[in-house]
Design a protein around this ligand. Sequence first.
Ligand code: ATP
Length: 299
Amino acid sequence: MHDLLILGSVNRDLIVHAPRLPEPGETLRGKSFASCIGGKGANQAVAAARLGAKVALGARVGLREGGAALVAQLASEGVATHLIAQPEDETPGVALIVVGAEDGENQIVTVAGSNGTLPVDQVEALPLAGVKYLVAQQELPPASIARAFERARAAGARTVLNAAPFRPEAVSLLPLVDLLVVNALEAAALLPGEPATSEALALALRQRGPSSVLLSLGAEGLVWADAAGCRRHAARKVRAVDTVGAGDTLVGALVTALAEGQAIEAALRFAQAAAAIAVSRPGVQDAMPTRAEVIQFLE
Ligand code: ATP
């Protein structure tokens, strides 16, 4: 049985490194190409599995264009894949990523593919007995996420929304959310015109429904708001080489720790340690730490 059910996207990431980003209409000679698995659902599930969680991914991965290999990759990481629909006539999500060498700046275009067609019917069929946390991001149809949250709550699970990438539908999901995780841009988009401090934003987001709010602040750490008030947790100091995927590592690690029954302060320390290790190494899933690495880092 799985404690964590992550409902989210699976993408194939196609990454080219170029000397810089191209201008409109320009063709550049790139330096390297890599293809790997991505998508926020897959990333968070792998982060949790590496840290020892019993985690299943609810997703939709079309079998065209090598979709089966994406599912096999998740299984090899210890993610339970039996809740992944695999329609033969659909194409998986894709993210086309150009990284410009000069400053590491990037350009990304995503196509939702089968992530965008995950139907409410699939959500209705998800087994929820024993699930402690149901986690979703915003790369699936909002109606499917809403129904999953309703069902999870009715089954006694806690609901976690990582409102990334931002979509306005997040506003209507908030009453169904127990824990909201956002970065500063997403928080500001959720509450346009609200007071500018992170603490004020986190407290204001709590008023919209979630009993706990985590507002992440990159190298500055995070703000946590719950019934006991609002407090800041500094990030761990590391030399960052690639911060892409920091948020996914943070979410996967946090729900892993919470599902184990760790108290919130310990869970936040564990999650920020995992995220700090991830940003100190290149790649997204490649950079995510094992449990042993996090424990050693915390010693
Ligand atoms: P992304 O979209 O790149 O995955 P995000 O914007 O969702 O990230 P961030 O707020 O950038 O999330 O980072 C999440 C967490 O990762 C932070 O709260 C912090 O704990 C850790 N982190 C990010 N950048 C750094 C850094 N430079 N040094 C140490 N920890 C970091």
